[in-house]
Design a protein around this ligand. Structure first.
Ligand SMILES: [Zn+2]
Ligand SMILES: [Zn+2]
Ligand SMILES: [Zn+2]
Ligand SMILES: [Zn+2]
Ligand SMILES: [Zn+2]
Ligand SMILES: [Zn+2]
Length: 223
C-alpha cells in the first residue's frame, strides 16, 4: 500500500484542451459522460459537484448522477493513457500515465505502509526497507491468527443475531399461547391457595410454567 502515489504532468500547457476536465482543469481521471449532453468530466469531479447542483456544469442540463457512464471511446482513453507524467516520489520522467500503477509497484522511492497497517502498525518506509521491517513486525506475524479470529467472530455474531431473531419469535408466540390458555380459568395460589386475581396472572406467566403463586407470596418468598 503506497501513500504518496502521485505524479505530475509533463508539459501540462501543451495538453490538448479536449483532454482537460472543466471542473479541475487537469486531464480527465476516470472520465464519465451523460448521453443527454455528452459533456465529459472526471468521475470524482462530477460526483463532488452534484452534491451541490444536480446539473451538467457546462450546459446546465438537468441530470442525475446515474446518467453518467464511463467513457469507453478507445482513442480518447488511449490519448489519456499516453500522457507523460513524472513520478513525484523518484522524479523519474516520461512515464506514460497508463503505466503509472506499474511504476508504483516497483518504484524504489515511494513510501509504503506496513502490510499490517490495518492492525495499527504505523511503520512507513521505502521498498528496500520493507524486507527488514517484515521480519521484525510482530503484527504481521499475528495477522493470519487475527484474520482467522475475525472470521470466527463475524460468523458467531451472525449466528447470535439469527438465534436472537428466532428466540424473539418463539417468545412472542409462547406468550400468546400462554395468555390464551388462561382466559376464563380459575387459578389458585400453590402456596396459600388464595384465588388469583386476573391482574396477578402475569406472575404466572412470569414464572411459567412451573407454579401459580400469588403476588403476596412472591413478595414474601422471592423478594
Ligand atoms: Zn476533473
Ligand atoms: Zn452538458
Ligand atoms: Zn517512482
Ligand atoms: Zn508492521
Ligand atoms: Zn408459558
Ligand atoms: Zn399466595
Amino acid at each position: 500500500m503506497a501513500i504518496n502515489n502521485s505524479y505530475e504532468y509533463i508539459n501540462e500547457n501543451s495538453i490538448h484542451e479536449d483532454l482537460l476536465c472543466s471542473i479541475c482543469t487537469d486531464p480527465f481521471e476516470d472520465p464519465v459522460s451523460a448521453n443527454q449532453c455528452g459533456h465529459v468530466f472526471c468521475r470524482k469531479c462530477i460526483t463532488d459537484t452534484f452534491c451541490n447542483t444536480p446539473r451538467c456544469p457546462t450546459c446546465r442540463h438537468d441530470l442525475v448522477l446515474e446518467d453518467f457512464h464511463p467513457v469507453t471511446l478507445r482513442p480518447f482513453l488511449n490519448q489519456l493513457n499516453q500522457l507523460l507524467v513524472k513520478c513525484k516520489s523518484c522524479s523519474q520522467i516520461n512515464i506514460q500515465r497508463g503505466n503509472f500503477q506499474d511504476h508504483m509497484a516497483n518504484c524504489e522511492k515511494v513510501i509504503l505502509l506496513c502490510p499490517a497497517a490495518h492492525l495499527k502498525c504505523d511503520w512507513k518506509g521505502q521498498r528496500h526497507e520493507m524486507q527488514d521491517h517484515v521480519t521484525i513486525c510482530s503484527l504481521i506475524k499475528f495477522q493470519p491468527a487475527i484474520d482467522e479470529l475475525n472470521t470466527v467472530i463475524k460468523k458467531q455474531s451472525e449466528q447470535i443475531h439469527c438465534l436472537y431473531t428466532i428466540l424473539e419469535k418463539i417468545s412472542s408466540n409462547h406468550k400468546k399461547v400462554c395468555e390464551e390458555s388462561y382466559m376464563g380459568t380459575e387459578v389458585y395460589c400453590d402456596v396459600c391457595t388464595r384465588k388469583l386475581a386476573f391482574g396477578e396472572l402475569k406472575h404466572r406467566l412470569h414464572y411459567c410454567p412451573q407454579t401459580d403463586i400469588c403476588s403476596n407470596c412472591i413478595k414474601q418468598h422471592f423478594p
